[in-house]
Write a protein that binds this ligand. Structure first.
Ligand code: MG
Length: 293
């Protein structure tokens, strides 16, 4: 069954919705399927996803068109900072090191950092460019992993059992702030710097998460074009490693790193300016498009 989960603004309220129709062209609000949840975090943490699975969205009498609602980020307000993997594709590690030697390409252990997300940016919404503060605005398409049940000391074999679903994240970065401070937190965490969406796809729909095309176009030009098979640390490996000694709570969002082709890797660097359009895509999930304000 198609399981594409959205957060939408409908009648002035945030609602969780299920993609419906033969090609996922419509939406059913969970409310109209008899499932009342406060938001996506509540759906994840309550375990009521099995009730959603039991519904047949083809038979929903209240199927709406996508155009009749405003699609928001699937988790508009994550309960905790995002956990991010840095330099998790070899070619991106190399281009990062060429740009600034402080961005280490020789790390022998996975680089983890965090990203503040007061509110994730909705598909289609502009990302602030902060003139006067940011002089090197960059994009990073990433596969996002949403944890579905608390994970503590899980093995790699068990790790994917803790995944609720997958989404697309644009890890927007201010390179001047990222490299000015010895930790990346500030340069990654400005308000609006986390476009997410357009939906969460459940694992059974997606197939092998380590074999998905991942790409980003800027104003239509293909800049990033890779495959999740090239991650240095896998999704299952990251969950297992992070969960050793640290609980990954349900609702945690993990951004799994970006492949080569970001602005800092170009000669001269291809940083973005107001009016540029970023289109991030991951096979089986869709496309996340945001202009630079
Ligand atoms: Mg990143």
């Amino acid at each position: 069954m198609t399981m594409r989960l959205y957060t939408v603004l409908c009648d002035g309220q945030e609602q969780v919705a299920l993609g419906c129709g033969a090609s996922g062209e419509g939406l059913c609000l969970l409310r109209d399927l008899g499932i009342e949840v406060r938001d996506m975090n509540d759906l994840i943490c309550s375990g009521r996803i099995d009730e959603v699975r039991a519904k047949d969205p083809e038979k929903c009498a209240a199927c709406r068109s996508m155009d009749s609602v405003k699609i928001l980020a699937p988790i508009p307000e994550p309960r905790q900072d995002l956990v991010c993997l840095g330099v998790n594709y070899a070619e991106h590690a190399a281009e990062s090191h060429r740009y600034n030697a402080s961005l280490d390409s020789t790390a022998t252990a996975t680089v983890y950092f965090s990203k503040r997300v007061n509110r994730a940016t909705a598909p289609g919404d502009p990302v602030p460019s902060y003139p006067g503060l940011v002089d090197s605005f960059d994009y990073e398409v990433e596969l996002g992993v949403v944890i579905g049940k608390d994970a503590k000391d899980v093995s790699e074999e068990e790790a994917l059992d803790h995944v609720f679903g997958y989404t697309i994240i644009n890890d927007v970065s201010a390179r001047n702030l990222q490299t000015r401070h010895s930790q990346w937190y500030r340069g990654k965490s400005l308000d609006g710097f986390t476009p997410m969406g357009p939906c969460i796809v459940t694992p059974e729909e997606l197939g092998d998460v380590q074999d998905l095309a991942i790409s980003c176009r800027i104003n239509g030009e293909l800049r990033q074009n890779s495959n999740t098979s090239l991650m240095l640390q896998s999704v299952r490996g990251a969950i297992a490693e992070l969960s050793r000694g640290m609980t990954l709570k349900a609702g945690t969002v993990i951004a799994t790193g970006t492949p080569a082709g970001v602005g800092l890797g170009m000669d001269p660097p291809g940083f973005l300016k107001s009016g540029d359009v970023m289109a991030c895509a991951v096979e089986g999930i869709g496309e996340l498009v945001n202009p630079v304000e």
